[in-house]
Design a protein around this ligand. Structure first.
Ligand code: UDP
Ligand code: MG
Length: 326
């Protein structure tokens, strides 16, 4: 092998939750795919074990004993992929940093293209999105389309449909991302909010190597709501708007009823309509309070200043053990 001075280090952050069978597969596949970069780039793989209950941590530990390019962080419990990505970004030392799923749904061979684009073109980030949704349930695709339509309509931050978390970023961009220390992290929004120039590349949807997806419909819906609440305050405005509309409607109705009574003189016999109106209005009120409650609960979690994650074990440098520097 040629011995050359390697100028660049690429850190790969890999969140893992109960992925015991995927770890080794990923490791070999990854290094096979980037073999041509090996002479010019140093790699560090940072596996973040997100509180797995299977042998994930053990598999990662074994790899780290064999290969000193493998570092790991292990959480005290499952904190979610967002927290895992944050912990990884915090401990990455490279001047280019990528985030990848361990299930090989993010094709590792793209790293080469991403690296060359970042190196030679004027971009700060190369991000991957799925060009198609083949193999995904129809309902999930439909809901996902609706989500992107809504969030782009009511948020100033841009959300790209089909975007994965798979991306290679410069050190500058990652440092900016780390400036955002919020507790409710919605990375798709944070990546876009910090700005910088992002180039999107699409690739064909790839099936999971082994194991199962950690997402179900309920989790996806609550994740979507998190995104909307984290990146838009329009729902609050919408609820007051609905309130104003119903006040106006009610006023028109009141006038109409008064006029009708004055002209025709018959008392209003409107029990059913009354019930409907009361139901409608109390529904509106509860809906609005619900929206306020959603924001309030987020504020509550933010002001508690709880750490985004807690590290139980690690073989790597971390700027602090538990994260809470607010
Ligand atoms: N993951 C994680 N913590 C979680 C759930 C998932 O670190 O609580 C990891 C998981 O191990 C995988 C990545 O996040 O590497 C993506 O998860 P998954 O494949 O289930 O999502 P999908 O590809 O179906 O969107
Ligand atoms: Mg996956």
């Amino acid at each position: 092998m040629k011995s050359m001075v390697k100028n660049d280090t690429i850190s790969i952050i890999i969140p893992c939750y109960n992925e015991e069978n995927a770890i080794n597969l990923f490791y070999y596949e990854f290094f096979a795919s980037v073999a041509s970069l090996n002479d010019i780039v140093d790699f560090e793989l940072i596996f973040v074990d997100d509180g797995s209950s299977d042998l994930t941590l053990q598999k990662i530990r074994e790899l780290s004993h064999k290969d000193n390019r493998v570092r790991y962080i292990s959480f005290s419990k499952n904190f979610g992929k967002e927290s895992a990505m944050y912990a990884g970004l915090k401990s990455a030392l490279g001047n280019y940093i990528a985030i990848m799923d361990v299930d090989l749904q993010d094709p590792p061979e793209l790293i080469k293209d991403m690296y060359y684009v970042l190196k030679h073109e004027n971009y700060d980030c190369i991000a991957a999105k799925r060009g198609d949704r083949i193999g995904e349930p129809k309902l999930r695709s439909l809901l996902s389309d609706i989500f992107y339509k809504i969030i782009n309509a009511i948020s100033d931050t841009e959300f790209v449909s089909g975007a994965r978390d798979y991306r290679l970023m410069t050190r500058a961009m990652v440092d900016s991302i780390l400036e955002l220390k919020e507790y409710n992290r919605f990375s798709k929004g944070i990546f876009s909010w910090v700005g910088y120039k992002t180039k999107w590349i699409s690739y064909e949807n790839v099936q999971r190597s082994v194991g199962e997806t950690k997402w179900n419909m309920c989790k996806l819906i609550s994740y979507s709501l998190d995104g909307i609440i984290a990146f838009s305050t329009k729902p609050l405005a919408i609820s007051s708007f609905l309130g104003i509309i119903s006040i106006m409607l009610a006023s028109i109705l009141i006038i109409a009823i008064i006029v009708k009574t004055l002209i025709f003189g018959d008392p209003v016999a409107g029990y059913p309509s009354l019930v409907c109106i009361i139901l409608m209005l109390s529904g509106l009120i509860l809906f609005s309070i619900g929206i306020i409650g959603q924001y309030l609960s987020r504020i509550y979690l933010e002001v508690k200043h709880r750490p985004v994650y807690i590290i139980k074990e690690s073989n790597t440098y971390t700027s602090e053990n538990t994260h809470s520097d607010k």
